[in-house]
Design a binder for this molecule. Sequence first.
Ligand code: ADP
Length: 430
Amino acid sequence: MDMTFHESSLKPDALGDLSRRLRELEISEARYRTLFNNVPAAVFQVDASEVEDVFVSLKRSGVEDIDAYLIENPHLIDIANSSVMVREVNDVALRLFGATEVSQLLAPVAYIFAGTPEASANVMSAHFRGRPNHYQRLKIKRFDGRLVDAALMVSYPQLTSNFDTSVLMITDMTEQVRIETELRKMENEFAHFSKLSMLGEFSGAIVHEVRQPLSVVANDAATASRWLSKSDPNLPKVRELVQRIEDSATHATEVIKRVHDMASKATPERRICDLNRLVASAITFVKKEAARRSIAITTKFSPALPECEADPIQVQQVVVNLLINAIQAIERSERPQRGICVLTRTGDGRVSFEVQDSGSGIPEDIIGEIFESFFTTRKDGMGMGLSICRSIVQSHGGNISARNDPAGGASFQVWLPSEILSLNGSTSDG
Ligand code: ADP
């Protein structure tokens, strides 16, 4: 039968109809092209018919668990990677992969999965299961070798569809990943900061619990001494009061002990730490607060500091607490100098850090008491900070001391056993 197309054999009406339809088709094609190239994602049309044939025969032979099958037969993934062909791509795809020619992308799909090989198995698995689409995050390996964070969406041909092609869309997620990483970092810093600031939380929580027995102690002591000052003291009554004083004092002591336990031994961790790094990161937590008050924090770190075995969070709590005290001392003082210097040094099998401030120093008559629980000279102070610092330092086998600088200001020094010391369990010089 002659199937040759003879234009002349068509009636003028039919010819007009045909050219109109052709024009419509062209317009439709142009519209599709515009859409295809303006989708804000790299689009790949792929022909997966060969894999579909394999799937059909696998299903016929009774394969149900495609994931297990692909693990046992990884060569099937290689076959798919080299036989599923990219038939069409848009301009975004060219830019995403850093290709110069469309022909570079009209190739087997292997290059799409080069950055995340397991994505290929996932895409096959979803296809085998008859899912309408598949989404996952992956890394794209550009032609210049650079890895790019991306998201892959695959839309599979459905039985009802006229198209036998799968459509893969890839969006560049570099910016999102950057924001996500930034957010995670902020979250971590926040969690870390709230741990570091727990000294304050502890103090707030316990102050009420301790204040109550202490006021009982004060009241009962006053009453007892009134009874005792009478010419005929009611001794049973005094005995009762003294007993209550003892109970209340014991209760208060227990509360204090509990706080110390929580702060210094809650989750004792021992890690090999670089003290310079611990101190530096603790400083970052108060740097803004200090800057807001025009207080400069400088450091003089020993370059050859041996490592120490410590609970990093607890050591940072001590540093932060000493820094906060230093800031408060400078705020209280009238001196023009406003600076904190943090030093680290080593010696005698120990490592140390020292926080020096330019405040007015510690009055000599109270210097022996400042590490006691509830000792404070501040109106809104709790007097717990230094006492918890001391508990933490002592639980590390170290010590903390305070002195006044002859040039003005206070200086707190913390010594911790260095790693060599704690591993040997003895000092080198006794
Ligand atoms: P708080 O800060 O709640 O008073 P602390 O235990 O941290 O509790 O401090 C106890 C006291 O030690 C303070 O009230 C203050 O008198 C004194 N002190 C602490 N640090 C300094 C410092 N850097 N300079 C001067 N005095 C200080």
